[in-house]
Design a binder for this molecule. Structure first.
Ligand SMILES: N[C@@H](CCC(=O)N[C@@H](CS)C(=O)NCC(=O)O)C(=O)O
Length: 202
């Protein structure tokens, strides 16, 4: 399998972290690419016409994206337990979507500053995205800490990669303020191989 990724991409980190947990790293050849919504650069647009990474090409040559599809694909290949069936299934999928949503809002903030010309950067829109993130982090502390205490799933990985991305690109916002329980969870989760072997760069 070939995985198109970037060292700084939190979505690609999720896929790489799942591969670590599932013992699939040795079966995945990684290809580092770069681009933005206004310049596709080396993004594999012939494989994913949306021009987004991560994008996996399976051994049979199929393109598989986006990140949540790739992580499910890898989990089923390895017969893993990152997507448990049963009564917790919908909570796992919802918390995974919550982690991805934090990434979406954070990446939108980053692109607004990095990609949009300085004279038309929309500050209220950036703050609106940050409000989504702080509301969500508040809610995770109120309603999801028991889920995070359970054995690792794709939801733990999505949330860990989302918080890692906040540290990497939006450190000055200090998401830990007033969120001691989540910060404590993240300290421990950051020590796992899934996180240490996939730390963002760039
Ligand atoms: N929903 C997608 C989001 C992927 C995404 O936005 N990736 C960014 C890199 S972090 C990207 O490819 N950006 C280039 C673009 O949007 O043109 C997923 O989960 O894979």
């Amino acid at each position: 399998m070939q995985l198109y990724y970037a060292d700084a991409s939190p979505y690609a980190r999720k896929v790489r972290a799942c591969a670590v947990v599932l013992g699939l790293v040795g079966q995945i050849k990684v290809v580092n690419v770069a681009g933005t919504p206004i310049n596709s650069g080396t993004l594999p647009i012939d494989i994913n016409p949306l021009g987004k990474i991560p994008c996996l090409v399976s051994d049979s040559g199929d393109a598989i994206y986006d990140s949540r599809v790739i992580t499910r694909y890898l989990n089923s290949m390895a017969d893993g337990s990152l997507y448990p069936e049963g009564k917790h299934k919908w909570r796992v999928l919802t918390l995974e979507a919550t982690g991805d949503g934090i990434m979406d809002a954070a990446l939108a903030m980053v692109y607004e500053k990095r990609v949009r010309p300085a004279e038309i950067v929309f500050d209220d829109w950036i703050e609106g995205q940050w409000s989504k993130i702080t509301r969500t982090i508040d809610d995770i502390e109120k309603r999801w800490m028991n889920d995070l205490a359970a054995p690792i799933t794709a939801a733990h990985i999505a949330l860990g990669c989302a918080l890692g991305y906040l540290d990497f690109r939006l450190d000055d916002r200090n998401w830990r303020n007033g969120h001691d329980a989540l910060a404590a969870w993240f300290v421990e989760f950051s020590k796992t191989d899934a996180m240490t072997l996939t730390a963002p760069k760039g």
